[in-house]
Design a protein around this ligand. Structure first.
Ligand code: AMP
Ligand code: GLY
Length: 434
């Protein structure tokens, strides 16, 4: 069996490793992949956004199943194109991917169906947004409606700043077309939590919880990044909280989509705030989180290939996922300067020593090979994950592995997982038929 994994980050390396452990012994192709995926798959230099190129690759290689990592091709309709060509592909179609690709669509759907979320409004005219914001006297969050590579959300403690942000997005075009329409919502207080579910149109299967660290600096300081680390499970996600998220959020959202004749299939990622009034939706993503996946998938004993096939065959309700009960911590090593500008092509040393540590895994993100050396090729370079009997043990081991690795300018946060220390993880959940 031949499997294509679309993308080239740490998430896709973790997906490839999980697919590779299937008893079906699949042959894996990654497009474009990185130096890490090259150890479990064949990398082919086709960009993740090049849907024509990817379809040609699938036809040329006789690929049986495609798994899509990033949101851009999903929102651009890779699933619709592949299905029209009779190709099996795991992920939501373009209409369903609007949950992530169009925050105004998502916000309206949540509010119309009474799903708990921050109260807010959608705007396509700046003068209307300004008028509304001028009447606010509490902190506001301004969100570009379209895809903005994780940068399109600004939390404004002073509502006057929100007017400036709305102007930058809607008038000055800071995020291009993605920011011409915006969502404005109240700032929520609480702990953040990521919950992933596999959805097949009939059932939803909630995966083990996780949490990422978005800010660049220790103690959650400095600018937002794509994610500087993650841990799984998130101890705040007790069984009761997960059940509430499933029945009050995931099931109603999927029902609301079905009422609009949209049938979601694939991974659904809910970014949530656990507020004093219960869990509320911050956002939905139409794919696995990065780096949450690098903390979650090493704990999933069942191969992602078997999960994806069960989903595509409508067999999720009969699936029973096996998890390693031990927690995992993933620490990201980034290039000096990230999330601003950074150099590429810097030699990375110590990878073998890190990988030799028991229960530690080095996932590559922004890496490539040059003259037989592994060199940096992006902002987030590696995600080093370790399992341990406790979060503390997993954290100690992840940093032991991280400390083997060296490259000029490379840095990481030293407090990944700290929020979870001293709190006991919950048990797992099973599939739920809609
Ligand atoms: P999003 O891409 O919508 O998840 O937003 C990115 C980050 O902005 C989230 O992970 C939160 O940290 C923060 N955020 C988004 N919406 C809100 C909100 N309503 N209240 C507080 N923080 C928020
Ligand atoms: N870690 C956040 C995301 O993947 O969107």
């Amino acid at each position: 069996m031949r499997v294509l994994i679309v993308g080239g980050g740490g998430r896709e390396h973790a997906m490839a490793v999980s697919v590779a452990k299937s008893a079906r012994r699949p042959e894996i192709v990654c497009a474009p992949g990185n130096a890490g995926t090259a150890t479990v798959a064949e990398n082919v230099d086709v960009a993740a956004e090049d849907i024509d190129g990817l379809l040609a690759l699938v036809e040329e290689r006789g690929v049986d199943l495609t798994l899509v990592g990033p949101e851009a091709p999903l929102c651009a309709g890779i699933v619709d194109r592949f299905e029209a060509a009779g190709r099996r592909v795991f992920g939501p179609n373009a209409k369903a991917a609007r949950l992530e690709g169009d925050k105004t669509f998502c916000k309206k759907l949540l509010m119309e169906s009474g799903v708990p979320t921050a109260s807010g409004r959608c705007f396509d005219r700046y003068d209307h947004a300004r008028q509304y914001l001028a009447t606010r006297d509490t902190p506001q969050v301004v969100k570009a409606a379209g895809l903005a590579a994780g940068k399109g959300v600004v939390v404004c403690d002073d509502p006057a700043d929100a007017i400036l942000e709305a102007e930058a997005m809607m008038v000055e075009g800071r995020f291009g077309d993605a920011g011409r329409r915006i969502v404005v919502e109240e700032k929520l207080e609480g702990e953040e939590l990521s919950v992933h579910a596999i959805v097949d149109g009939h059932s939803v299967y909630v995966l083990e919880s996780s949490q990422d660290h978005k800010r660049v600096g220790d103690g959650d300081t400095g600018p937002n990044t794509g994610g500087m680390g993650a841990y799984s499970p998130a101890p705040i996600a007790t069984d009761e909280v997960l059940r509430e998220i499933e029945s009050e959020i995931l099931v109603p959202v999927l029902d609301a989509l079905v009422r609009r004749d949209i049938h979601y299939r694939g991974v659904l990622y809910a970014g949530l705030m656990l507020t004093a009034g219960g869990p509320k939706v911050l956002e939905f993503n139409c794919r696995f989180g990065d780096p949450e996946t690098q903390a979650m998938l090493p704990r999933m004993k069942t191969s992602l290939l078997d999960v994806a096939e069960a989903c595509l065959d409508g067999r999720l309700d009969g699936l029973s996922l096996e998890w390693d009960p031990r927690p995992a911590v993933c620490v990201v090593m980034a290039s000096g300067g990230y999330p601003g500008s950074y150099q590429r092509g810097i030699t990375i040393g110590g990878l073998d020593a890190a990988a030799a540590i028991a229960d530690a895994f080095v996932y590559h993100a922004g890496t490539t090979t040059l003259d037989g050396r592994v060199v940096t090729n992006g902002g987030r370079v590696l995600g080093v994950t370790a399992l341990g009997d406790t979060i503390q043990a997993a954290q100690d081991r992840a940093y032991q592995a991280i400390d083997c690795i060296r490259f000029d300018g490379g840095f990481c946060r030293r407090d990944i997982g700290a929020r979870a220390l001293g709190v006991r993880p919950a048990k797992t959940v099973g599939p739920r038929v809609l």
